[in-house]
Design a protein. Structure first.
Length: 255
């Protein structure tokens, strides 16, 4: 995929959790639209492979290793600083994509550790990182934050209480951050995907199949469809969109 647009030329984007799954597709899509992309994740080899692929397409990318599983102020500060240094520029676009996925499980069998880990990765890490980077964007007078939520944060799913709660928190944070940073020129929005046809989809197939039978589109979203929504919200095409949660779910939320 070679660069096909210039909407994001001159901007630098940091995509968390972009060494696999949806994050890789988002990183490629932002780069194809002209952004310099900072890829982050725990696996150095996979991260460097993603960067090599983006560069092979004629776009620009860098890799910064990061583990958000034990997110704290020092780790987040380090990621924000190393990302800016790698790209030799401030971060103009932040995509909070990294997430802890949980297989459906009854609430009664969940451990405190599982709950804490999910909230650390899905809520605490993006909160701390947005606090650092959106504040810097506000000081410059412009920027965009796109959070990856979920359709499960908009409607209940049996056996998915913790994940649903973390994504509902992401949606709430999106609205709060829009109110907080919007007056300083920083837009904050979210994308709420339904099931996505990634390599991990097979793990959830038996749980997803009954719901897909009721979804108007009768299928999962592709990673490219979700990434296109992220690029749109990050670009000036969405210049007056603030605090929105854009569903990319084939109509799941409508049923």
């Amino acid at each position: 995929m070679s660069p096909n647009s210039t909407r994001l030329t001159g901007r630098t984007a940091l995509v968390t959790g972009s060494t696999g799954g949806l994050g890789v597709t988002i990183a490629h899509a932002l780069a194809a639209d002209g952004a310099v992309v900072v890829v982050t994740g725990r696996d150095v080899a996979r991260g460097e492979s993603v960067v090599a692929g983006i560069r092979a397409d004629g776009a620009s990318a860098h890799f910064v290793a990061a583990d958000l599983g034990g997110a704290d102020e020092q780790a987040i500060d380090g990621l924000a600083q190393r990302a800016a240094e790698a790209a030799s520029a401030g971060i103009d676009i932040l995509v909070n994509n990294a997430a802890k996925l949980l297989l459906p499980e009854p609430t009664a069998t969940l451990s405190a550790g599982e709950v804490a880990e999910a909230f650390t990765v899905n809520v605490v890490a993006p909160m701390l990182l947005t606090g650092r980077l959106a504040s810097a964007m506000a000081a410059r007078g412009s920027g965009s934050v796109v959070n990856i939520g979920s359709i499960t944060g908009l409607r209940g799913t049996a056996g998915s209480a913790v994940y649903d709660a973390t994504k509902a928190s992401v949606h709430s944070l999106t609205r709060s951050w829009a109110a907080e940073y919007g007056p300083s020129g920083v837009r904050v929005n979210a994308v709420a995907p339904g099931p996505i046809a990634t390599e991990r989809a097979a793990e959830f197939a038996e749980h997803i199949a009954p719901a897909l039978a009721r979804v108007p589109s009768r299928r999962m979203s592709t990673p490219q469809e979700v990434a296109a929504a992220v690029v749109f919200l990050a670009s000036d095409d969405a210049a007056n969109i603030q605090g929105a949660v854009l569903s990319v779910d084939g109509g799941w939320a409508a049923t």
